[in-house]
Design a protein around this ligand. Structure first.
Ligand code: AMP
Length: 420
């Protein structure tokens, strides 16, 4: 009896060869955009101490309370596959004394995350994000830059139908005032709230505003906005950010309910959504976290960043032109004696940056020509015993059907001079 085949794990995906060119193109655009804005790449390990995330993301979040892939290793250490990329970058920022080396540190990453969520379109258990973290400035010009970087990558990818949603959740003083406002507003409805919202009511009422439950959204309809609790400095920061975005011709819509419920998040929060996606329409989420470096044991340092979901960006982009990696030239070899000539020629062409392929299945002329066309090659070189004897190969332009004889020792130079 045949053995059962092993399947990939629910919520994980293979990126197959006909999809990987989209990923490659996305990474090229991310990197070149980051260079334009002066962000440098940082790569952190795939797993960290569990404590980094319980402190750096927050015990009360869905991510930490129910979505982490955690285990205790053979040495008794509690470890977790990273479910968030900001906390590891902040850990590295502190560990390597970045703050002492420069007053401003602008970092970017392209990385893999793991969260045990309920899989659906645009929501996976292993997925990818790119993002940035800018440390050192509390001024709104860096908020404007961070937002501009996110939009620049998405615009450079040709994405349309983007909406930038913008809010400020104020300073810690503002939020403690707003927490009181939320509690007194929700008190009469306490029994109508879900268990999780009741728990948040005590521990972190701001997070109730993130609810996706329809009747809770209704209850929240008339809740005062966080802007009512802003300090004059919070208001001035937000007003200046808006005027900087106006100066940069960046459009936004105000989203008074867009909050980040964790204590170290401060002031600016933003999200970018795409009209090309369905229920999971958020491409990117970001915000200021002036308290996070201190929470994780470093010296208080302001910071702001965003993370964007790469699977969702690719979904929003639809199909990529898949010709970029195609074979350019196919060598059709016939007969046993030509084999050393074919492999050597292929090697020379590849070293000259011509994307070359040949047949290793020793198939017929017809089958090899079919393969050359299927691979998308522009040219084929035909070599058999006769060509070997005469010292000339046939070069065929597969787009026009034109064919010419070229001396074997001139082939590489000749092909180098062709346009593909
Ligand atoms: P977050 O780290 O939760 O703020 O999410 C930032 C972005 O990552 C979102 O806007 C999504 O584009 C993407 N994202 C978050 N969770 C998932 C997931 N489970 N699967 C795929 N993409 C995700």
């Amino acid at each position: 009896m045949a053995k059962e085949t092993i399947q990939s794990i629910k919520g994980t995906k293979d990126i197959l060869p006909d999809q990987s060119h989209g990923w490659q193109a996305l990474k090229v655009i991310i990197r070149s955009t980051m260079n334009n804005y002066g962000y440098k790449e940082i790569r952190t390990p795939a797993f960290e101490r569990t404590e980094l995330f319980s402190r750096g993301v927050g015990e009360e979040t869905d991510i930490v309370s129910k979505e982490m892939y955690s285990w205790t290793d053979q040495g008794g250490e509690k470890l977790t596959l990273k479910p968030d990329l900001t906390a590891p970058v902040v850990r590295a920022f502190i560990q390597h004394n970045f703050r002492e080396q420069s007053p401003i540190n602008k970092l970017y990453y392209i990385d893999t995350l793991f969260r045990r969520e309920r899989p659906q379109k645009g929501r996976y258990r292993q997925f990818h994000q790119f993002g940035i973290e800018a440390f050192g400035s509390e001024n709104p010009e860096i908020d404007a830059e961070v937002i501009a970087v996110a939009l620049a990558v998405l615009n450079n990818l040709g994405l349309e139908g983007l909406t930038l949603k913008l809010n400020s959740i104020g300073s810690p003083e503002c939020r403690s005032l707003y927490r009181k406002t939320i509690r007194s507003y929700l008190k009469p409805y306490l029994n109508d709230l879900s268990g999780i919202s009741q728990r948040r009511f005590e521990k972190n009422p701001l997070r109730i505003l993130d609810t996706k439950i329809p009747h809770e959204i209704e209850i929240l309809n008339d809740i005062p906005n966080v802007s009512d609790s802003w300090t004059p400095e919070d208001k001035a920061h937000f007003e200046e950010l808006k005027s900087l975005l106006d100066a940069m011709d960046i459009q936004y819509s105000l989203a008074p309910r867009l909050v980040r419920g964790l204590d170290y998040y401060t002031r600016t929060t933003f999200e970018i959504t795409s009209s090309a996606l369905g229920a999971q329409d958020a491409l990117c989420g970001g915000g200021r976290y002036d308290g996070l470096v201190k929470t994780l044991g470093g010296k208080a340092t302001p910071g702001i960043g965003f993370a964007a979901g790469m699977e969702r960006i690719l979904l929003a982009m639809g199909n990529f032109d898949s010709n970029i990696n195609n074979t350019q030239l196919y060598i059709v070899g016939l007969g046993d004696t030509v084999r050393p000539v074919v492999v050597k020629l292929a090697e020379d062409l590849r070293q000259n940056n011509i994307r070359t392929n040949f047949d290793s299945l020793r198939r017929s002329l017809k089958a090899q020509m079919r393969e050359a066309n299927k691979a998308g090659a522009r040219y084929a070189i035909l070599i058999g015993d006769q060509e070997l004897e005469s010292g000339e190969a046939e070069l065929k332009d597969l787009s026009t059907g034109d064919q010419e004889k070229i001396a074997l020792d001139k082939l590489v130079d000749h092909i180098n001079s062709l346009s593909f």
